[in-house]
Ligand binder design. Structure first.
Ligand code: TYD
Length: 135
């Protein structure tokens, strides 16, 4: 099964322009506890490089583009997010990296839990131990 799970949001456009509505437990497959957005990313900067023990997220590039790498310790796959009507679902225990941010990129992230630094796994070898049941 592919690590890349994309959810397509229904664009509610009319002659005035476009609108996308994201609703918990509908287009977003969890209760949303937190929303954050990443913007103004400097040229050549990559972000992420961590996994979470207990956190589901949906990432949407509302403007611009960036490339996501997802890794579950067995497979590593990538996807270009460049469309405001597509969300990338990121499950628990998934290593993520974000690269190639366009200068105008606004990356919106919906999260199933509040911010908790203790939930982060920031070391890739530690991540491999956890997913292989050695952590
Ligand atoms: P971090 O998660 O390390 O960013 P990246 O997505 O690039 O890995 O977050 C950067 C900083 O912001 C870090 O000091 C933690 C803080 N932060 C919060 O306080 N709340 C949040 O919801 C998030 C996502 C980050």
């Amino acid at each position: 099964m592919s690590l890349i799970q994309i959810v397509n949001f229904q664009p509610l456009g009319d002659e005035r322009g476009s609108l996308v509505a994201l609703e918990a437990n509908k287009s977003v497959p969890f209760e949303i506890k937190r929303v954050y957005y990443i913007f103004g990313t400097k040229e050549g900067v990559s972000r992420g490089f961590h996994a979470h023990c207990n956190l589901k997220q949906v990432a949407v590039c509302v403007t611009g583009s960036c490339r996501f790498v997802l890794d579950n310790g067995k497979q590593r796959e990538e996807v270009l997010l460049d469309c405001s009507t597509k969300g990338l679902i990121i499950e628990d225990l998934t290593w993520r990296e974000m690269h190639d941010f366009s200068p105008d990129c606004v990356l919106l992230v919906l999260a199933s839990e509040h911010y908790d630094e203790n939930d982060y796994i920031r070391d890739y070898n530690e991540f491999l131990k956890v997913v292989n049941g050695e952590g």
